[in-house]
Structure formats: structure tokens, C-alpha cells
Ligand binder design. Sequence first.
Ligand SMILES: Nc1ncnc2c1ncn2[C@@H]1O[C@H](COP(=O)(O)OP(=O)(O)OP(=O)(O)O)[C@@H](O)[C@H]1O
Length: 374
Amino acid sequence: MEQADSKRPEPAERAGRLPAGVSFAARLAFDNIWHSFSRTAETLRGVSLTAEPGEVLCLLGPSGSGKTTLLRIAAGIETQTRGRILLNDREISGPNVFVPPEKRSIGLVFQDFALFPHLSILDNVRFGLTALSPADARREALAAIARVGLTHHAHSFPHILSGGEQQRVALARALAPRPAVLLLDEPFSGLDSRLKDTVRAETLAILRQSRATAIVVTHDAEEAMRMGDRIALLKDGRLVQVGPAETLFQNPADLFVAGFFSELNLFDATARDGWVETPLGKFPAPSFAGIAPVTVAIRLEGIEAQEKNGETEARVISRRFLGEAEALELAVPGADEPVRARIRRGVLPPGLRDIWLTVRKSDVLVFERQAENA
Ligand SMILES: Nc1ncnc2c1ncn2[C@@H]1O[C@H](COP(=O)(O)OP(=O)(O)OP(=O)(O)O)[C@@H](O)[C@H]1O
């Protein structure tokens, strides 16, 4: 639907100009970015990544993996120790070039929204429009406020707005100067979980409409899957994998990536001629030809539980009601630790102790065993 919409020219476009607030999307490239805050530790280690024009790229990774630092380098408020930043193939930061933040056409939305408490919503949004005449700045600011649906609050002060409304003001302020690229650092982390879904969907719609290229930092895999056209996963300052959510979920590059997207049961095993045996059954491991030590990861959702006629016998240790799902802890012969499963509510009759399990093959992932399974 979004694609169809983006093909249909809006009236202003048909008249030869862009509708209010629409940006010319740009390509933003990180070329072999290294960064350190101290001589001993490196925050970013050779990150090369390109956000394509108009795409929403999510930077995902655990706390301390370097996401915010990468965003700050793109914005020009932090400087890399090596590497270059390119906007539409033009170097904006590198060994001999440094375009200051205000000249980059890059907007930034902070985690805490960073609104000025003593300024009205209109003045907050107008703040970054200093290049325009006062009348034009007011018009553009009002247009940006209208696009986030807050016209009725243009003269209010931030403290009377809800968290979600404040987030929309922050978005309007960042979009008002029509940046080619918008950087959002954990933009929903201050919102409660119920509000988060709505605000996230609204933000995505506004980003699509503005057509700016957007890079969104998050540590939440589900959020990255909901928002990103592609996801770039960072670990310890390195890019581990980049691609659409389906690719990272279905073909994770390693156990770290797999564990970021799903909860897993892990088994150490030995691959023999393309097969591995685990307490939950024997599974194909076609990428291992000879004999190799491997880690077998089985998603919790990939284990089905039945009263009878399964493949592996198990005893229920605990059952926890989770609404639509039930979390099971199971004792399985040959498994050192309890096996965890997440099944649909109501599949198993209450009080059952001995059950049968069947594992969906697409939920079994086999990785070369690492010295340390981080
Ligand atoms: N100003 C600073 N001085 C020294 N070290 C810093 C500074 N800012 C960040 N760091 C360190 O750099 C590393 C990367 O931090 P960064 O904030 O980029 O990670 P992040 O992935 O965004 O984490 P989070 O999700 O917790 O915000 C961390 O180890 C952090 O402690």
C-alpha cells in the first residue's frame, strides 16, 4: 500500500513542487568507521554500512555495542578516529573534511525528545528554522506540527503534552528543516509499552510520508523488525549482519544473531556427515560435511507439545500462563538442563505430566561451536 501511495503524485508534486515538509532523500554511507573514546578500547571497529535513499534502517545491538556513537558520528557531534561519512557520495566527514552538523542536512531525534520546556510547541519546532524569514519559519513549523496531528497544541507548552505527543513534537522539529536523513536514537524508549505501538506506527507513517532516509537506533529486535526495511546488527563495535528482518531471522550469521531474534534452547552436539543428534531428535546439518563440534539452537516456538503421538517424550516441570501462549519447562531424557517451549494456550489439557514433543525443522539452527558462545 505504501508503495502504491508513493507512486501516486500528490497535488503539489504535480504542480512541480514537493508537498510541505517532504525531503529529498539521500544515501548516507559509513565507510570503514573506527572510533575510540580512550586509547585502550575501541567503540567502533571498521563499520561499513549504507542507508539507501528513503529507507528506514534500524541499528540494532545490545547496550554498549556502539549504536549511539555511530549515529553521533553521522550527525557530526562525535568524530571518528578513522573512516569517512558520505552523503550522496559526497564526503561530509573524513581525514581532510568536516562539514559541521548544521550544514549536513541531517536531523536528529533524541531519546528524551530534548524539547525546550520554556518554549511553546510552535517555538520548539521553529527553533531550527533560522535560515528562513520569520513568516516562512512560522508557516513551515505550523505545517510540520499539522503533519504530526498537533495543530491544536501549537501554542501549548511541552509539559502539558503526553509522552507520545512530545515524541511527535520532537519528530516535527527534526523534520521541519526537511533533512535528507533523519537519525532517531531510541525514540520510543521513554514511552510505556501500550503507547509505544501506536507512536511507533505513527512515526513510521510520518517517515514514509516525509520520504527522508531514516536511521533508527534500538536495542529491541521486535521494534527493529516492525520498523526497519533493513536491520544492521552491531556487537562490540562491529557490524555482524545487515539485511531485511526475514534474512536475519531465518538465516542468522551466527548464534549471537539467532539469539537476538528468538529465545533458544542450546545443545552442544557433534555433526556427522550432515546430521546432528540432540535430546530432541536428529536434524539435518547440511553445511557440515565431516565431523564437527556444533551448537544446535532450537527456538522455543519451534517445539510443539502433544498429549500423545510426538517424537520425544518429556515430563512437565512447570507451566506458566502468558495469555495467548503458555511457557513450559520440561525434563527431557539426555538433556542436562530443562528444555523450554512456548506453546499455544489450550493445546495441552490441564494437569498433564507426561507429554510428547515434536520439533519444527525450520526452528532448528546449527552453528559451528565457538570457544565462547556469546
Ligand atoms: N562520552 C563517552 N566517554 C567514554 N566512553 C563512552 C562515552 N560514550 C559512550 N562510551 C562507551 O562507548 C561504548 C559504546 O557506547 P554507545 O552509547 O555508542 O553504545 P549503544 O550501543 O548506543 O548503547 P546503549 O544502547 O546502552 O545506548 C560503551 O562502552 C560506552 O560505555
